[in-house]
Design a protein around this ligand. Sequence first.
Ligand SMILES: CC(C)(COP(=O)(O)OP(=O)(O)OC[C@H]1O[C@@H](n2cnc3c(N)ncnc32)[C@H](O)[C@@H]1OP(=O)(O)O)[C@@H](O)C(=O)NCCC(=O)NCCS
Length: 334
Amino acid sequence: MPKQIQSPAGPAHARILGVGGYRPSRVVTNEQICQVIDSTDEWITTRTGIKERRWATAEETVGMMSVSAAGKALAAAGIEPEQLGLVIISTVTHLAQTPSLAAIVANELGAVNAAAFDVSAACAGFCHGLALAQDAVRGGSAEYVLVIGVERLSDLTDMNDRSTAFIFGDGAGAAVVGPSDTPAIGPVVWGADGAQYEAIGQTFSWDALREQPELGFPALRMNGQQVFRWASYQMVPVAKKALEKAGITAEDLDAFIPHQANMRITDAMIKALKLPDNVPVARDIARTGNTSAASIPLAMERMLEEGEAPHGGLALLIGFGAGLVYAAQVVQLP
Ligand SMILES: CC(C)(COP(=O)(O)OP(=O)(O)OC[C@H]1O[C@@H](n2cnc3c(N)ncnc32)[C@H](O)[C@@H]1OP(=O)(O)O)[C@@H](O)C(=O)NCCC(=O)NCCS
């Protein structure tokens, strides 16, 4: 028999202590998008709910946006960078295979005691990061965890593609997760359906450039209708299960903060969930577009800042996207 070793142990519960966001300075309206593609402000607004989005300037890199959002989240949480034991960044637009963006950002923040790694779970990335953060805190691997969702989707957008040019935006959102006396992050409901991997992806992978350098730079492409149907119908049971696992019903919610993919997907979910009319719903997509991993923390920050959702209230989060992958949980808002 080998000598018995110690198991890690942490506090019984974890919570979001603070959130922060970064919105790039450049506002891009539907009219500007329609100068390139054959479309109209009316079509984009009615089909997606998007009126404008933010596209990063050259200086607004994924690293710069992450550090800025993280600084706000740390200040809101009252936590110093040295107290972080882990930095998780969810992104699909850190355009270097290695090192991770998280290692770079942790260094810039002065998070000298933190492990750091990136997660690739597309538009479900923030909810994946949050689940990992809560497990790390409760498991005793880290006392405080910084979760960042950041994207520069404009880098991977073909401005001439009529099926995607109007959807995506750039930005960063961050949350600090730490110990809690009471339950404040519910069980995650997550999964992956890799059989639908072709629904959203790159036009070609980086290694294709070795054979065909003339291909240029890849862009995101998606089968809009397939994604729309999947998200509108198959994500509802996932959301219901997250409520059930947290031990609450839709009536108990103080906010619904779904991934900001398309306002019509959000509306379909509200109806199917029978969400009471008085529950505020994140509609940040109108001014921010679809910012993938950044969309939920950005929407959460805006709802709290504008007094739309109450501090300490219960919010249902659900992220879904390329993979296809998804993750949902109920959280107590910071
Ligand atoms: C992308 C999306 C807005 C397209 O809307 P849609 O209603 O499915 O559009 P379709 O591709 O079926 O096209 C419908 C019509 O609009 C037209 N159309 C397509 N793109 C257009 C555009 N940019 N401007 C104007 N008309 C357009 C089509 O030509 C078609 O015309 P027709 O009926 O005369 O043939 C929608 O599918 C969607 O939001 N899907 C989910 C995407 C998403 O959330 N992705 C992120 C996942 S995390």
